[in-house]
Design a protein around this ligand. Structure first.
Ligand SMILES: [Zn+2]
Ligand SMILES: [Zn+2]
Length: 344
């Protein structure tokens, strides 16, 4: 089969790799119908050193089950399924508490002999726990919306949930990427009264308004902080959802959160030290968040997509065939596209 391989920064290729086969009784093999490029794929795309053993890329995908091992009972050949961005058994102590990213048997796509999601097919470990069956057909127009359950919609939701957004509260969302826009949807789902979206790209913040942002602040740094404070009577917002992953965004979060408030960071941190010291201590600010256990939220969010209540698939603004996946990476890296669908 063909799959996407990252050789080094800026060097993404589609090449033949061995066809996936059932290796464990709990495995399934799926034919991938739709996948996409993630903002987190861009970190290695920007910086990875050359390797002779390139990793299969991609961790967000929907596919059709082709084959199952003898211990797989929840999905069967022909089922259309969505996978979260890490696989998990959905039965261990961590999974039972909704922390599937810490699953004792879980792991990442594209590592340790497991395929990635930007390819033609994939071996899925712990298929019963990992995969969620979709009640639509593979030509459904809802596929892009349902694909966001793999990562960005669940990650945005994780930000709002861990921040503890409650009805009527004020929320600042930092970042107008796909996760930030999904965090706007999530804040609205949880009943936030005021949602201030901080972002500089008008087409993206316009979409954020349609998703539920009540205000947009395009300024950064001190000007941006002043604008949020002005909108909130000088206080800042009760919750801040940090969806970027850079140190500046966390500093900005602390500057726009109200005393006693909560910052949840779901952008993968690209900095080793957290600037969270005595001043934040004096203001009783809580810092929470982390990697999103997407699998734990999929069943909860899927009905809201199927009913048409939320439409997170609107974050996809380009589609490329698998053979042009390198162009998909370039488009996202150069900010010419917000999020790119890959069709095998
Ligand atoms: Zn992702
Ligand atoms: Zn588990």
């Amino acid at each position: 089969m063909r799959a996407t391989l990252l050789y080094q920064a800026g060097d993404v290729r589609v090449e033949d790799v061995p066809d996936p086969k059932i290796q464990q009784p709990t495995d399934s093999v799926i034919r991938i119908v739709i996948g996409c490029v993630c903002g987190s794929d861009l970190w290695p795309y920007k910086s990875a050193p050359f390797t002779d053993h390139p990793r299969q890329m991609g961790h967000e995908f929907i596919g059709v089950v082709e084959e199952t091992g003898p211990d797989v009972h929840n999905v069967k050949p022909g089922d259309l399924v969505v996978a979260p961005f890490t696989y998990a058994d959905n039965t261990c102590e961590y999974c039972r508490m909704g922390l599937h990213t810490s699953c004792r048997h879980g792991g990442q796509w594209g590592l340790n002999g497991v395929d990635g999601g930007q390819g033609e097919a994939c071996r899925v470990p712990y298929a019963d726990g990992t995969l969620v069956k979709l009640p639509v057909t593979e030509d459904s127009p809802l596929l892009p919306d349902l694909l966001t359950l793999s990562d960005v919609m669940c990650t945005g939701y994780h930000a709002a949930r861990t921040a503890g957004v409650k009805p009527g509260e004020s929320v600042t969302v930092i970042g107008d990427g796909a996760v930030g826009l999904c965090a706007v949807i999530a804040a609205r789902l949880l009943g936030a009264g005021r949602i201030i979206l901080m972002g500089r790209h008008a087409p993206r913040t316009d979409l954020g308004r349609e998703f539920g942002a009540t205000d947009v602040v395009a300024q950064r740094g001190q000007d941006g902080v002043a604008a949020v404070r002005e909108l909130t009577g000088g206080f800042g917002t009760e919750r801040v959802l940090e969806c970027v992953g850079l140190k500046d965004a966390l500093v900005q979060s602390a500057a726009v959160v109200r005393d006693g408030g909560t910052i949840s960071r779901v952008g993968a941190p690209q900095y080793p030290e957290v600037p969270f010291g005595f001043p934040e201590f004096l203001r009783n600010i809580t810092l929470t968040g982390g990697v999103a256990p997407a699998r734990g939220y999929m069943e909860e969010l899927m009905p809201r997509i199927l009913s048409g209540e939320i439409h997170p698939g609107r974050v996809f603004d380009r589609t490329v065939p698998l053979g042009q996946v390198a162009e998909g990476y370039r488009l996202m890296n150069d900010r010419e596209a917000l999020k790119v669908i890959v069709r095998p």
